[in-house]
Design a binder for this molecule. Sequence first.
Ligand code: FES
Length: 370
Amino acid sequence: MSTRDTRPGSTGGADVPGPLYGGPDDDYTPEQLAAMSREDLDRLGAHYDGVEILHVDPGPAPGSTMEKRAVRQVGLVFALAGVFAFLFVVVYVGSGWFLPDWHWQITENGWSALFTPLLGLTMGLAMGLVGIGLVLFTKKLLPHETAVQDKHDGSHFDRVTAGATLVGGFHNSGLARRKLITRSLGFMAAGLGLMLIMPLGGLIKNPNKGNPLGTTEWAKGVRLVRNDGTPIRPGDQQPGSLETVFPAVPGGNRQADAATMLIRLRPEQVESLTPRQGQADFAFGEYVAYSKICTHAGCPVSLYEQETSRILCPCHQSQFDVTQGAKPVFGPATRPLPQLPLELDDEGYFVASSDYIEAVGPTYWNRERI
Ligand code: FES
């Protein structure tokens, strides 16, 4: 079966110039080029580009049942992409406005737990449907050619004929007459545009109040509890031991930035205790408490070597001396682990005297506070 293209605007796979064109050395003035139709320029450009068309599938005939069905499918997919893009916008801006304030909170569940997944789901479906729509449009409605083409030097001739080829591509796409697709494309583009600029609105409508990166759930009177919620009294730990504790607030054991190491020093360690300036009363007797978040890159530090009084971070081997205010003595960390001030409540359990007085974790975002 022949694959020669007989449509207007194609060279038809001919490897010799047609009667309109004399040969590759012919000159065409700008006036001559301006006088030619788009189809003629398209053919001329293809010929001078040395295009060899290997295979041609003209796509569905205009007005055919096959074309109408494909247009409906593509239009539906693009419209659905727009619907999900608008749903993303509704979820994003509606929270706390015409919908309940359901921004995701670490201490909550129910609807608030669905906020982020719904954003991801609606955005993912919108973007996925855009991709599916484009694939369907390309496969079902565009003419398909397999061609081989030489590169050229960008002369006026090349620019004019290349422009005609681009216009010809739009013409062949049939977008100008396939109104259902252009309308659904417009709807989809509006939804996607809104969806993509919505996160910028987060800079204005910031759900995080106060200074969330500089503070934790610790506060004066908040008990230190183990992962299972049990409080701790002096004497519960053996000298030289370390326990990970959390603030006794709802969901406190899921607050990553509040994780703290409570250490009971041995008597000889207490003698050599050298607190940081202004933090002399942060320890309680032989107990000290330090942030568990490494100040280098945020890994949880937890390897405690009581013989050397050092806490080790497993990620890049930073070491902190617990008798010297947890100052770094080895490795890439440059800042001490923040110390939590301790006291006892009326029932004799450990509580914090205040939040950490400096930001926990890596130093890149709180450099000026060091
Ligand atoms: S994160 Fe602790 S040493 Fe790098």
